[in-house]
Design a binder for this molecule. Structure first.
Ligand code: SF4
Ligand code: SF4
Length: 167
């Protein structure tokens, strides 16, 4: 029987996890330096994240499994971010004073380092403004995706997962 629309979880019908369903790495771990957060709740046949992690920090029960990160093993290298075809992995780093860095996959025209951008939530709504700190182009990445690292106020670290250029 076809499932009624109202029974479909938001993350399935919209294609993203609501913030309240995201399991952030432990706060103490984010204060130590970059660490991966995976927002991929669907059981789909896909495993480049697990395959690409150089320290074996990503675990899946099987090819259809939901990936999890061992945050103690994770070095925050962002290789899994570059290799995830679903653009579902981010690294978060709250080790600096007063803010956090979010490294996200980005497939549009790249901004420049130092550029001010709109920092967006999972619905594409602006949450705050952010400054671009680092860029890794697709050509220099280990996978098929460029990454952009932005700095945001710490209070938005659970919300911000995309950017929009303002020029
Ligand atoms: S950030 Fe690096 S070490 Fe951490 S899970 Fe991803 S690939 Fe592995
Ligand atoms: S590579 Fe990305 S889309 Fe594929 S299972 Fe891992 S997190 Fe999910």
């Amino acid at each position: 029987m076809k499932r009624r629309k109202e029974e479909i979880p938001l993350w399935q019908s919209k294609g993203y996890l609501p913030a309240e369903r995201v399991n952030l790495p432990p706060g103490e771990r984010m204060l130590e330096g970059p660490v991966a957060v995976i927002e991929c709740p669907q059981r789909i046949p896909c495993d480049p994240c697990e395959e690409s992690c150089p320290v074996g920090a990503i675990h899946m029960e099987d090819i259809n499994g939901v990936p999890t990160v061992d945050t103690e093993k994770c070095t925050g290298c962002s290789i899994c971010v570059e290799n995830c075809p679903g653009l579902a992995i981010f690294t978060l780093d709250c080790s600096m004073e007063g803010g956090c860095e979010v490294t996200l996959p980005y497939e549009f025209k790249l901004p420049e380092i130092g550029e001010e951008v709109s920092a967006l939530n999972r619905k594409g709504e602006e949450v705050t403004k952010a400054r671009v700190k680092k860029i890794k182009t697709k050509e220099n990445s280990s996978g098929d995706t460029s990454t952009v690292t932005i700095e945001i106020p710490e209070e938005y670290v659970k919300e911000v997962r995309n950017i929009r250029r303002m020029k």
